[in-house]
Design a protein around this ligand. Structure first.
Ligand SMILES: Nc1ncnc2c1ncn2[C@@H]1O[C@H](COP(=O)(O)OP(=O)(O)O)[C@@H](O)[C@H]1O
Ligand SMILES: CC(=O)N[C@@H](CCC(=O)OP(=O)(O)O)C(=O)O
Length: 286
């Protein structure tokens, strides 16, 4: 009985693999930028599954780049230190005291947790913040937001050096200003800027919801920039979803082939998106 069940599993796996083959070939040498949001980072087991998927996609020829968030972890630390924080259109208003905490949390604990998870799965992850190797140079985003940065330049050459060495960059969304300032960048914005600079094949925005939902709550599996503009004007796209869809539009404008907003907590989310016919979440392309 057991053997028969195992055979059945094996047949299902073989069928899945043969179906996946054309998709595996499609992504040989592709650049896939994955933004792992704070809400999408689950338990240690979920992090291990995410890390295994990233290592696996690299083994089949993809160049993955991870850009992470960590908003909830920053909130926890700000609470402990009794520092108040507010968001405007999904971006944290950042003064100097807040900036110190943001850098400590993102570049420290959060970045290293992801690096370690990938390395435990046999990958070679290299943790960086946007300040390392001048990965992200920033201008101030808006006077109302304080030390929030808008990426103006990305060190693409350094990322290619890492790809050539089979390293997996894991990037915290901080940037350097032209006069030595440190800027806090929304994780989605940072991922979009990096994806556009690399002309990535895919930008995957992993979050805690299964995609962009319409007014009746249904996930829209394919969205055009036009639909996004309407849904935002109508208030259907709101809060933390605004930086994601804004990022998607800017990334496509900047030369990224497609952007997908999907649930990072779903098992094997990234592999299902890349290597199956139906994909996952909401796909946005021009
Ligand atoms: N139209 C929409 N479809 C889906 N989610 C939406 C929509 N509008 C607002 N949201 C909210 O955006 C959230 C995702 O943003 P956020 O919590 O900032 O994610 P992350 O921490 O992963 O960056 C969802 O959990 C949901 O509450
Ligand atoms: C300017 C800005 O809002 N920066 C974000 C950076 C982290 C982030 O984007 O985290 P998630 O992806 O988990 O939301 C912040 O301070 O929370």
């Amino acid at each position: 009985m057991k053997t028969r069940d195992m055979n059945r599993d094996w047949i299902a796996t073989a069928r899945t693999l043969s179906e996946a083959l054309p998709y595996l070939q499609r992504y040989t040498d592709a650049i896939v930028v994955i933004k792992l949001g704070g809400h999408a980072m689950g338990s240690d087991e979920a992090m291990d599954t995410f890390a295994r998927d990233v290592v696996l996609m690299q083994q089949v020829g993809v160049n993955p780049v991870i850009v992470h968030g960590g908003g909830p972890m920053i909130n926890q630390m700000l609470d402990k230190l009794d520092i108040k924080s507010e968001f405007v259109n999904g971006k944290r208003v950042t003064d100097e005291a807040t900036m110190e905490v943001v850098e400590m949390v993102l570049s420290g604990r959060v970045n290293k947790r992801i690096v370690q998870a990938i390395n435990r799965q046999g990958g070679k992850a290299v943790g960086l913040s946007g300040k390392d190797a001048n990965m992200i140079t920033c201008d101030p985003a808006s006077p109302d937001l304080g030390l929030v940065g808008e990426p103006s330049e990305i060190n693409v050459d350094f990322l290619h050096t890492l790809f050539n060495d089979d390293a997996i960059p894991v990037i915290a969304p901080l940037g350097a200003g032209r006069n030595g300032e440190t800027y806090n960048i929304n994780g989605d914005t940072a991922a979009g800027a990096i994806a556009a600079a690399l002309k990535a094949d895919r930008l995957l925005l992993l979050t805690d919801i299964d995609g962009v939902r319409d007014a009746s709550g249904r996930v829209v599996t394919e969205l055009t920039p036009e639909q996004i503009r309407h849904m935002t004007a109508d208030g259907v796209i709101a809060g933390g979803m605004i930086p994601k869809t804004e990022t998607a539009l800017a990334a496509i404008e900047g030369g990224v082939r497609a952007v997908v907003i999907l649930d990072g907590r779903a098992p094997n989310a990234t592999l299902l998106e890349l290597f199956t016919e139906h994909g996952a979440g909401s796909l946005i392309r021009a």
